[in-house]
Design a protein around this ligand. Structure first.
Ligand code: TLP
Length: 340
């Protein structure tokens, strides 16, 4: 099968398996796992922050960040189709007791003026306190869209002037960096905390990182424990994360080229796909031309050997990654062609 469902399906590389086998470990709840410590320091350094925290998933990283930045009854501003709102099982409300103020964006990008207008004046007795603004870079439901950095700068300026924190869901921050040429620490410099994933395009089997100031990470560590995320000999997992950060970032450009190829070829066939929008490792494809809705299309193309996900009634998402080759992308195009 050619698996284009997500970059989460990647398997750990041999170098990762080797590093995991010999990883030095200790009890990380006591802060004694040397490999976890090394990964956390590396992640913090690459993102230009004081400290880092290893968490089991992107969802846990985002939710620990939200719990750490907010108090119950607060309001969080987030884009209407953001992962933290759309795909995290209602955790903002369930775990932190915070409500989401959704600002509609264009492919996930919020207009700074809209964000500004959404901030509450908490001197009004009726209003909750806006304590956090979340940005997703790259934006998943936006088709891997990279934020315009000037928008990030502007929103961060507005937030910080009003004493509001900024969290970046940078699950795919390295895709944003490779596509834009803007270093991860520059993206991160506008945010108080950044979550990024080791287990997506970077191929580690498990894990994400949360980075921020020392004080923020100390408080986040306690919230991670509260959620049951205090791990013991996690160095086994962290070892793969170190290989991911040291060796798997630059190759993301190959995934981006493959996504562009898919978007290009499928547009040529008459599918609704814009190659200019395939900026990173995703292609969003409107399959209406096939006469099928997206869910039926996914079933039919599976019979042709291609896996992908329906993300709207008419659109499927194709995600490129380490474990699909350019040749396989060409084969996927042929499978799509056969369904016209
Ligand atoms: N995204 C997954 C699914 O949950 C939809 C995917 O296949 O793309 N932030 C962003 C922007 C994400 O795309 C994801 C995962 C997460 C957070 C959560 O990461 P995990 O799956 O590790 O909890």
């Amino acid at each position: 099968m050619i698996d284009l469902r997500s970059d989460t399906v990647t398997k750990p590389t041999q170098a990762m398996r080797d590093a995991m086998a010999v990883a030095e470990v200790g009890d990380d709840v006591y802060g004694e796992d040397p490999t976890v410590i090394r990964l956390q320091e590396l992640a913090a350094k690459m993102l230009g922050k004081e400290a880092g925290l290893f968490v089991v998933s992107g969802t846990m990283g985002n939710q620990v960040a939200i719990m750490t930045h907010t108090q119950r009854g607060d309001e969080l501003i987030t884009e209407a189709e953001s992962h933290i709102f759309y795909y995290e099982v209602g955790d903002i409300a369930a775990l932190s007791g915070v409500q989401a103020r959704q600002v509609p964006g264009k492919r996930g990008i919020m207009d700074p003026d809209d964000v500004n207008h959404a901030i509450r004046d908490s001197s009004n007795i009726h209003f909750p306190r806006t304590s956090l603004i979340a940005l997703e870079n790259t934006h998943n439901r936006g088709g891997g869209k990279v934020w315009p950095i000037e928008y990030v700068r502007e929103i961060a300026g507005i937030a910080h002037e009003r004493g509001i924190a900024v969290h970046m869901d940078g699950a795919r921050i390295f895709n944003a960096s490779v596509a834009s040429g803007i270093a991860p620490d520059v993206w991160a410099s506008y945010a108080d905390s950044v979550m990024f994933c080791l287990s997506k395009g970077l191929c580690a089997p498990v894990g994400s990182m949360l980075v921020g100031s020392r004080d923020f990470i100390d408080r986040a560590r306690k919230n991670r424990k509260r959620l049951g995320g205090g791990l013991r000999q996690a160095g086994i997992l962290a070892a793969a994360g170190i290989v991911a950060l040291e060796t798997m970032v630059d190759r993301l450009a190959e995934d981006h080229a493959n996504a562009k190829l898919l978007a290009d070829e499928l547009a040529r066939l008459g599918y609704g796909s814009d190659p200019a929008e395939a900026e990173t490792n995703m292609a969003m494809v409107d399959v209406s031309v096939s006469g099928k809705d997206a869910l039926s299309f996914v079933q039919l193309v599976k019979e042709k050997g291609v896996l992908c996900n329906a993300v709207t009634p008419t659109t499927v998402r194709l995600v490129t990654h380490h474990d699909v080759t350019t040749q396989q992308c060409r084969e996927a195009v042929q499978a799509f062609k056969s369904l016209l």
